[in-house]
Design a binder for this molecule. Structure first.
Ligand SMILES: Cc1cc2nc3c(=O)[nH]c(=O)nc-3n(C[C@H](O)[C@H](O)[C@H](O)COP(=O)(O)OP(=O)(O)OC[C@H]3O[C@@H](n4cnc5c(N)ncnc54)[C@H](O)[C@@H]3O)c2cc1C
Ligand SMILES: NC(=O)c1ccc[n+]([C@@H]2O[C@H](COP(=O)([O-])OP(=O)(O)OC[C@H]3O[C@@H](n4cnc5c(N)ncnc54)[C@H](O)[C@@H]3O)[C@@H](O)[C@H]2O)c1
Length: 458
């Protein structure tokens, strides 16, 4: 016999649990289904463990630079087991806190298993059948494994399996030079591995402006990370002393031999095993569920939130999806996906904070632009901290005086970017920040200076 609920939520990632909280508070009965770990990707194999490891790598790197700051240390050695144990404690605490919260939630029934559709309102979890008035999909995504020659003949890691690593790789070969690949590249180099990043495109992190890619490439190469771009024909073969990755770059050796391989070549949505066809839910070409501006699918009582809808690939976009759904369904507040401004950070050291358009996107929009930049060597706080890599750049619409986008690659860039982002949300002209008195010494205090020094884009 099937049990009926006001709502079924599939996935306990970044949107599902909070939505369960709001719906149950509103008196609805909720079934929440999770097939693996409470907290999903971010908590278990994404943001939380990687940023915990980034923090260890930062501490180790700073200790190695101790003499520069007046500290005498012996040789710095890395206890990789302790790095991993610290990361595990942080992610397990976070996972169990989500699990405890959900399991204690009144009117919320938890099903632990894989959910799939049996009909437009019916879902099966193993032997159990449930039905829901409304269904909310928050199923996330997983690492894409490209069909590269030889891939099935070698052992490889993805971001998930790497979290269980029981040894420090002698030479980690990372396929993919974007967000995931670069964060892992720098941390493993700092832990003591040799690291080679193999990217098929002509530059790293290709969604960013070329000067951002170049600056990041220089930061990583300075730490001894090998970067191979334009890697056309990537293929693998097992060798006695490791794994050979054929590269065929336009320059450099045609092959790299490493001890371990990490695939960081993008993500794919967990929508292929949901039997979406039984509910009539449409997906696009790459399997992402199609949604409208309030995250409703083509089937009006079914919604899709987070990575599985392809409208954002970050924790904050997944959480914002929850806020949009809750606002429309429970608060009579017409929030829309199109209201949000693109924003994210890349957590290498120093980090990259980004808001709005890149310069390339702004130029393509055909607007008249004003652009201001400043190297971190001219930011007092960065000099004092001994971290002068990077630069900041702000792009303004010359006619409306609106800020269109910004990039802050530098110490504190992940935080300082919010000063720009909040003014963009407030829809105020750039002069609002230009006239603001900021605190000295901070990175943010230089944003008014950058805005006082804008030049027309040539
Ligand atoms: C290495 C890495 C680092 C990252 N770092 C950052 C970062 O610093 N900042 C940031 O903003 N983002 C980061 N991200 C991205 C971020 O983790 C994701 O965007 C976010 O977790 C998406 O949340 P979600 O709720 O959409 O899906 P998920 O968190 O993936 O949750 C989906 C859940 O649904 C469950 N599920 C799937 N299918 C079913 C089914 N059929 N039945 C039952 N349960 C199911 C899954 O088990 C999972 O628990 C990172 C990602 C990776 C991989
Ligand atoms: N700090 C953060 O917020 C953060 C950190 C990590 C990941 N994430 C999220 O995870 C998502 C996925 O990150 P990602 O870095 O895996 O994917 P991505 O889509 O950003 O980049 C994949 C990279 O792999 C390259 N590539 C693809 N196929 C290849 C091949 N066969 N050989 C060599 N290179 C190849 C691409 O050219 C690209 O540079 C990101 O979009 C991001 O939203 C966010």
């Amino acid at each position: 016999m099937s049990t009926h609920f006001d709502a079924i939520i599939v996935g306990a990632g970044q949107a599902g649990p909070s939505l369960a909280g709001r719906l149950t508070e509103a008196g609805k009965t909720v079934a929440l289904v999770e097939r693996k770990f409470f907290g999903g990707t971010c908590v278990n194999t994404g943001c939380t463990p990687t940023k915990a490891m980034v923090a260890s790598a930062y501490a180790i790197h700073t200790a190695r630079r101790g003499a520069e700051y007046g500290m005498t240390t012996g040789a710095v050695s890395v206890d990789f087991d302790r790095v991993m144990a610290r990361k595990d404690k942080i992610r397990l605490d976070s996972r169990s806190s989500v699990e405890k919260w959900l399991k204690g939630m009144k009117n919320c029934t938890i099903f632990e298993g894989h959910a799939q559709f049996e009909g437009p309102r019916e879902m099966r979890i193993g032997d159990e059948e449930i039905s829901g008035e409304r269904i909310f999909l928050n199923v996330g995504g997983r690492a894409a494994v490209p069909d590269l020659p030889g891939i099935n003949d070698i052992p490889y890691f993805t971001n998930s399996s790497l979290m269980e690593l029981d040894h420090l790789p002698r030479h980690l070969v990372i396929i993919g030079g974007s967000y995931i690949g670069l964060e892992f590249a720098q941390m493993f180099r700092r832990f003591g591995s040799d690291v080679t990043v193999i990217e098929k495109g002509p530059r790293l992190i290709s969604r960013e402006d070329p000067e951002v890619s170049d600056a990041i490439c220089a930061i990583l190469e300075k730490e001894g990370i090998h970067i191979r771009l334009d890697a056309e024909c990537i293929r693998f073969a097992k060798q006695a002393d490791g794994i050979a990755a054929g590269v065929d770059c336009t320059s450099g050796a045609p092959e790299v031999v490493g001890s371990d391989v990490l695939l960081a070549t993008g993500r794919r949505p967990n929508t292929d095993d949901l039997c979406l066809d039984k509910a009539g839910v449409k997906t696009g070409e790459r399997g992402y569920i199609e949604v409208d501006d309030v995250l409703r699918t083509n089937v009006p009582h079914i919604f899709a939130m987070g990575d599985c809808n392809g409208r954002g690939v970050f924790t904050h976009t997944a959480y914002n999806d929850f806020e949009i759904v809750a606002a429309n369904l429970l608060d009579n507040d017409p929030r829309r996906v199109s209201d949000r401004i693109q924003a994210y950070a890349l957590y290498i050291d120093p980090p990259l904070g980004r808001a709005g358009m890149t310069e390339s996107e702004a130029r393509k929009s055909g607007r008249k632009l004003l652009i201001g930049t400043r190297p971190m060597t001219r930011v007092a706080r960065a000099v004092e901290k001994g971290k002068t890599e990077g630069f900041m750049k702000v792009i303004v619409d010359a006619d409306t005086e609106e800020i269109l986008g910004a990039a802050i690659l530098g110490t504190g860039g992940d935080e300082a970017i919010h000063s720009v982002l909040d003014v963009m949300y407030a829809k105020k002209p750039y002069t609002t920040i230009k006239r603001a008195m900021h605190i000295h010494p901070t990175v943010t205090e230089l944003i008014p200076t950058v805005l006082g020094d804008l030049s027309p884009a040539t």
